[in-house]
Design a protein around this ligand. Structure first.
Ligand code: UDP
Length: 240
């Protein structure tokens, strides 16, 4: 079931349910794409109908952050749990290592996807990473061809929002892989370039604070979070 958070439909799934659904889509006969909006992206989608459509048309919309979960609760339609994109990606890689499906890593600066691939194969023995490419290309055609030539079943599209959502939608028909997912800066995380917050901070929903301290340039983007909460409160009053 989808929960409407200010016009953006978020799938009310647990991590286990999300992984099961992704495996189903991987085994399906068509190309599906998944998105992982956090509160900043939902705020953007509230003001950008094209981005909102890209999100709402996805086969799977994961609640990527504590802000989205809080927003749904304020609206009186709580989500089961947060499903962070990077954690989901880890769980999916573990499942793909078992099932033998092939994964392509696209995005981040040159060299990052290769290092992420090296570390992920070490962490998830049996995982088949069939190709990598950085996210700073001019022409999308050759990238699509390379992904198809690799025989990928799934693609982690890590170009940042909304570039990754646009890429997935634009090439959904041409790509042979059955499951595409937009995962922002996850490859930087898998490559060890960006550290996750300590476990206790993640548990206390303070991961955003850790990222802000580590990367103060994010402040402008993060100011969308309080704006999002205010908008949600207004929407909750309107719905009463
Ligand atoms: N990126 C890219 N191509 C671009 C712009 C960005 O591959 O043209 C990558 C960038 O290197 C980074 C990711 O997209 O790895 C965006 O990361 P960010 O932390 O901004 O995304 P978030 O996880 O916050 O959505």
């Amino acid at each position: 079931m989808r929960i409407d958070v200010c016009g953006v439909g978020i799938d009310n799934v647990t991590m286990d349910e999300a992984v099961a659904r992704a495996m189903e889509l991987l085994r399906g006969s068509e190309t599906a794409y998944a998105v992982t909006p956090n509160a900043e992206i939902v705020w953007e989608a509230m003001h950008d109908p094209a981005l909102r459509d890209l999100i709402n048309e996805a086969a799977l919309v994961l609640p990527d952050g504590a802000g989205v979960v809080l927003g749904a609760r304020i609206l009186g339609t709580p989500l089961k749990e947060k499903v962070a994109g990077i954690d989901f990606a880890g769980r999916l890689m573990a499942a793909m290592a078992q099932s033998g499906h092939k994964l392509y890593l696209l995005g981040s600066k040159p060299g990052v996807a290769e290092e992420a691939a090296r570390r992920c194969v070490e962490k998830y023995p049996g995982l088949q990473i069939c190709g990598t490419a950085d996210g700073y290309f001019q022409d999308e055609g050759p990238v699509v061809e390379a992904i198809n030539a690799s025989g990928a079943d799934a693609v982690f599209v890590c170009l940042g929002a909304p570039k990754q959502e646009r890429f997935m939608k634009a090439h959904q028909q041409e790509l042979h892989a059955h499951f595409l997912i937009g995962l922002g800066g996850s490859l930087d995380g898998f490559a060890g370039n960006v550290k996750r917050a300590p476990e206790w901070m993640i548990r206390c929903n303070l991961e955003w604070l850790y990222r802000l301290v580590k990367e103060p340039r994010r402040l402008g983007r993060m100011m969308r979070l309080p704006k999002f909460i205010l908008a949600v409160r207004k929407e909750a009053r309107r719905r009463k």
